[in-house]
Design a protein around this ligand. Structure first.
Ligand SMILES: Nc1ncnc2c1ncn2[C@@H]1O[C@H](COP(=O)(O)OP(=O)(O)OP(=O)(O)O)[C@@H](O)[C@H]1O
Ligand SMILES: Cc1cn([C@H]2C[C@H](O)[C@@H](COP(=O)(O)O)O2)c(=O)[nH]c1=O
Length: 210
């Protein structure tokens, strides 16, 4: 796919601060007059938001791991073709809250399906459209869980509600991804202040926009 835009994803364990940092980054892009699109996974468009509801519903305790992985990949496919690719072709900066690395970390590693299996179904879903830059906000699982439980108004979904061991596996896999793809993934310690974390993320984006 020929594209002129910049595809940026934010990743990290639950409660790392992705949504909060994205609020600040979107504001910075706005101020700088950059044509950008902010979106999220699973979701971002009508069909994928419906799939999100199915996946994250706390009542769906019987959902099997591969079913979950396939639903995330299906939501990703529709979101990509309907929203992300057109925006990139139009030359926009796309800021996406989560993408393929979430599936590798959550379904591949933490659910135990296997990272290569999950990569394979996601290659089918996204073809060659990988992010140009991935900002990985790193916090220990305990910190993320505490932030979510203390954060007023934060929905606790079926995945958030998994145990500490699950969230530790998610974080460990993210760190492995960062180590294996240093050109794409910028690893940021997100245990400090929100403003400080967002500043480092903004510097990484500015350097790619030049
Ligand atoms: N650097 C920070 N220090 C302290 N609290 C923070 C920080 N960043 C975010 N928070 C708080 O932690 C909670 C979770 O933040 P946020 O929703 O941005 O995380 P997230 O990574 O998007 O989570 P999820 O993946 O579960 O949606 C919120 O209450 C937010 O105010
Ligand atoms: C894209 C994607 C997401 N997840 C998980 C990660 C979170 O626990 C939820 C999404 O909730 P958020 O508040 O929007 O972060 O889904 C996953 O397991 N696999 C994925 O591919």
């Amino acid at each position: 796919m020929k594209r002129n835009g910049l595809f940026i994803t934010l990743e990290g364990p639950d409660g790392a601060g992705k949504t909060s940092v994205l609020d600040i980054l979107a504001h910075r892009l706005e101020e700088s007059g950059t044509d950008y699109l902010r979106t999220r996974e699973p979701g971002g468009i009508r069909i994928s938001e419906k799939i999100r509801e199915i996946i994250l519903d706390n009542d769906h305790t019987e959902m099997e791991a591969r079913t979950e992985a396939l639903l995330y990949a299906a939501a990703r496919r529709q979101h990509l073709v309907e929203k992300i690719v057109p925006a990139l072709k139009a030359g926009k900066v796309v800021l996406c809250d989560r993408f393929i690395d979430s599936s590798i970390a959550y379904q591949g590693a933490a659910r135990g399906i296997g990272t290569e299996e999950v990569r394979t179904i996601n290659r089918f879903a996204i073809g060659s459209t990988m992010p140009d830059l991935t900002i990985l906000l790193d916090v220990p699982a305990e910190v993320g869980i505490r932030r979510i439980s203390e954060g007023r108004g934060h929905e606790v979904n079926r995945l958030d509600a998994e145990g500490l061991d699950f969230h530790r596996k998610v974080r460990d896999e993210y760190l492995r991804i960062a180590e294996s793809e240093p050109d794409r993934v910028v690893l940021i310690d997100a245990t400090g202040s929100l403003e400080g974390t967002a500043e480092v993320a903004w510097d990484a984006i500015k350097s790619r926009m030049k």
